[in-house]
Design a protein around this ligand. Structure first.
Ligand code: 2AM
Length: 563
């Protein structure tokens, strides 16, 4: 629940209501809402010091307004292979065009959010800082690149940055009459819950049901969780964060490999607990990342691991197939309990796109989760959260959850607006939520679903529901791509291309276009199919088609929830 106090309403294109200079402008570019949440905290902290602050999404920001800024902070995440989040793209590119203004006299500070298990960690933040300074801006406070476990460091950075900005900002404010600008921000879409990422709700896990067939190559689970007893609400398009427990058997092996007494007490922040409990409940042990290898290498003095620290490419290759469990198992060494704990980072909640609408399921929340399962070093490996839910958790047990709002993935406000949904694999999840919602609202807008998976008989997720919606007329059209049911692969983008004219007609009629699922290949291929569809139907060039899609995006009519 982080989007509540942020600027959800009218675009405020960079022109403050009162004095231009005496405002701290906070620009954020956020894919999943994390950067937005941190930016919102920065604004609140600034205002609690009596500093005027303005929070603006980069997607609502007129790039030419930059030249009017005096005090600027940028909070931006990095996504995929070092790319900016979508809402940051336009500004990001503008900064290296000839139109970008001189920024002499502008004071900036940049905060990056990222995931150090990716190669281009916080690249977008680095680029923003570099581009802004090239234009003449002066760095007021040192950039920080925050990893997934960012809460504490974000708070420290905010404090440091505000200390740096405060004297000049106060002086300007006094010089210009001392008004504190308060912007009329839009109303939040969902009420804030007392349960958050930091304070999750212990919810009952009601159902975990396999929905792929016996002979499927995949194990996909339909999961139902009860929110009864909490004040958690969600909107279709939102995600649910889940904390999971690590595999006890593997934790015990790890304790043996490091010769640590399971009952040793360790400190984690303000908490004291047994090392075994810490490893099961509180620390990341599946997703490996360079920071761990580096700390573990130093703590154990393992030469082969120390070599990796110098060689980024080798490090990537090493980490890729290994969970943290594997790194330890292959490099066993006697350690103090606290030393091991200090090598690890806090377990991060996993976020899943919600597959239900509260207008249909009330205080339940449904998810569609693929079990991450692979063979490595002669043993079966499971993903942290999906392995917990599919294999270890019992129905009826409690799981800690919170809802995460995502205003970048929303049904049209207008119920008669048509929508096109492209959701292969577990990408179907938010569209099940959309359909439930539109059904409950008796929305009259047409709904078109593109779904894909390997085999019709094994992998048609929610087949009965989808066919029911077709019959009732809620779904106007469904196109399926069962990739391996014939000699040639068929994917959702092929189905889009096959329906080129009609897809284009829907877009021209005002349809919103949604994509959910794999970011690396599928979403890119779907994007390219859209480009082709536009060029084919209009005679536009590729560049013009690209602009057509950019315009769709600015109008919030092209939205992605990809991972
Ligand atoms: P495949 O595994 O048979 O190649 C959900 O994972 C579905 O998405 C599967 O049918 C999978 O096909 C398909 N898929 C794989 N790569 C894709 C891509 N680049 N674009 C669209 N769908 C893809």
């Amino acid at each position: 629940a982080n989007a509540n106090s942020a600027a959800l309403g009218a675009p405020i294109a960079g022109t403050p209501a009162t004095s231009e200079a005496a405002v701290l402008t906070i620009l954020y570019g956020s894919q999943t809402g994390n950067a937005k949440a941190v930016a919102t905290k920065l604004k609140e902290q600034a205002e609690s010091r009596g500093l005027a602050a303005k929070l603006v999404s980069m997607s609502d920001y007129k790039p030419t307004a930059l030249k009017k800024e005096k005090f600027l902070t940028v909070v931006v995440s990095t996504y995929g292979e070092g790319e900016p989040p979508e809402d940051a793209e336009t500004l990001y590119e503008f900064l290296i065009t000839k139109k970008a203004p001189k920024l002499d006299g502008v004071k900036v500070a940049v905060l990056g959010l990222g995931d150090s298990s990716y190669e281009f960690f916080c690249q977008t933040a680095k680029d923003f800082e570099e581009r802004l300074t090239k234009l003449g801006a002066e760095v007021m406070y040192q950039r920080a690149d925050l990893d997934v476990d960012y809460d504490d460091e974000a708070a420290t950075w905010i404090e440091g940055a505000l200390n740096a900005f405060e004297p000049d900002l106060k002086a300007q404010q006094d010089a210009t009459g001392g008004q504190v600008v308060s912007m009329p921000f839009g109303t939040p879409t969902t009420a804030a819950s007392q349960y958050t990422k930091q304070n999750p709700f212990a919810a009952e896990l009601s159902l975990v049901q396999k929905i792929t067939g016996r002979d499927s190559t995949k194990d996909v689970r339909h999961v139902e969780i009860s929110l009864e007893g909490s004040d958690i609400t969600y909107t279709p398009g939102d995600s649910l964060g889940i904390y999971f427990l690590n595999d006890e058997a593997r934790v015990d092996e790890l304790l043996t490999q490091t010769q640590i007494d399971p009952n040793s007490r360790v400190k984690l922040g303000d908490e004291e607990l047994s090392v075994r409990d810490a490893l099961i409940e509180k620390l990341e042990l599946t997703q490996s990342y360079p920071g761990f290898v580096e700390k573990y290498a130093t703590a154990t003095g393992t030469p082969e691991l120390l070599k990796l620290v110098e060689d980024k490419a080798a490090m990537r290759e090493y980490i890729e197939p290994r969970q943290i469990f594997d790194v330890v198992a292959q490099n066993p060494a006697k350690l103090e309990a606290q030393t091991l704990v200090d090598c690890l980072r806090k377990l991060q909640a996993r976020l899943y796109s919600i597959a239900s609408s509260q207008s249909e399921v009330e205080d339940e929340v449904h998810l569609t989760i693929a079990l991450v399962e692979f063979e490595a070093f002669g043993t079966e490996h499971l993903g942290g959260c999906s392995g917990y839910l599919a294999r270890r958790a019992q129905e009826g047990c409690k799981v800690k959850v919170f809802s995460e709002h995502n205003d970048n993935f929303r049904l049209p406000v207008n119920d008669d607006t048509p929508i096109i949904m492209v959701g292969p694999g577990t990408g179907i999840a938010p569209f099940r939520a959309f359909l439930q919602e539109r059904d409950a609202r008796e929305a009259t807008g047409k709904n078109w679903l593109f779904f894909g998976n390997p085999h019709f008989t094994q992998d048609f997720l929610y087949q009965v529901e989808i066919q029911g919606y077709l019959k009732s007329g809620l779904l106007s059209k469904v196109d399926v791509a069962f990739s391996r049911d014939q000699a040639e692969k068929v994917y959702v983008q092929d189905k889009l291309r096959k329906n080129s004219k009609e897809v284009f007609d829907w877009l021209e009629a005002g349809a919103h276009f949604y994509v959910c699922g794999d970011a690396n290949r599928m979403a890119k291929d779907v994007h390219n199919a859209l480009i082709d569809i536009i060029t084919e139907n209009t005679g536009k060039s590729n560049e013009e088609a690209d602009q057509y899609l950019k315009d769709l995006r600015s109008a919030n009519r092209y939205q992605k929830d990809v991972y």
